[in-house]
Design a protein around this ligand. Sequence first.
Ligand code: SF4
Length: 302
Amino acid sequence: MFELPPYRPPSEANSTLIRVTRGCPWNRCAFCGMYKTERFQIRDLEEIKRDIVTASKFPVSRTVFFGDSDNLVHPDIAEIAEFAAEKLNPERITSYARLRTSFSMSLKDLKRIRNSGLTRLHFGLESGDDETLEMIRKGISFREAVKGGKKAKKAEFEVSLYVLSGITDRWREHALNSAKAINEIAPDFVRLRTITVIPSTILWHRMKKGIYKPLDPVLRLKEVKLFIENIECETVLYSDHISNYLWRGSGAFYTGISGKLPDDRERMISELERAIKMAEELDRRGELVDSNMLAASGKIIL
Ligand code: SF4
């Protein structure tokens, strides 16, 4: 009945989905295949308003999510958020956005968008390590990402940052510098995703040529542990994605780590230590299964 964004965060599973832009204006990250076949487009304001009016006839949800990947670039985003707030009367409106865009915008413009009713931004930080950011072609440096995140916080958005685990064999630097970025931005939420190499992405081509390999699952858990040990700000960390799971045969023995920091740190570290022991044992026996293995055999689609 109206155009839907093809992707949304798991936390927006029950939200009314409104497509504000199509695709990604950057579309160059080495690990990402989300919008590879989509040409970036700013959707027409009147068309979006018509979608919002249609959605308002089916008031099934208390929250609204805007797709696709970077709606801060829409010149009418404030008007769209205001219209959605008026017609749908939601508890929150959230959107994907790029830290590069937040970094480039004025605080005044960000505040105007926040005051129009858009309340939460989901940003892909991926890493705080400059060398890793360059390797994955994120198009931003540690310093710019921190400035972009801090500016969004200053404009009073709730900030949700995605961090990509297992992306590099520089796992110690990746963990420590990502924790440093988190500490500086102090986001409301940190969301972990584990790299799963998607066919046709740049990483997939590098992997086929033998010049790239994701970090092995045991080191990934150690990386997550080091990352959590070094987060000093107050935040809530979620691993709300199947890519984080580890399996023995068809049963998942690790489904990711979640909790409030710093309060739950000890419990989270103990859970990770238990998972590391189990993963090491299964690895020795050749029984450890991760999302990359399942995706390669077509058992999961990400
Ligand atoms: S990860 Fe985000 S910014 Fe990067 S190409 Fe994919 S959608 Fe665009």
